[in-house]
Design a protein around this ligand. Structure first.
Ligand SMILES: [Zn+2]
Length: 54
């Protein structure tokens, strides 16, 4: 099951996953105007996609 990242709700640009360490990730947009907390990969994606506008 793959989860796609939605575009940034603020600038509409692409989001990306930043790996912090083996267990921690954050999702930010490429302009760094929005981001999630540092958490697990799945949770970071989930938080991001809930925030993003479809
Ligand atoms: Zn953005």
């Amino acid at each position: 099951m793959s989860k796609d990242l939605r575009p940034c709700p603020f600038c509409g640009l692409q989001a990306r996953i930043r790996k912090i360490n083996d267990k921690h990730y954050a999702v930010t947009c490429i302009m760094n105007c929005a981001g999630t907390k540092i958490t697990t990969k799945e949770k970071a994606i989930e938080i991001w996609n809930k925030r993003a506008i479809v």
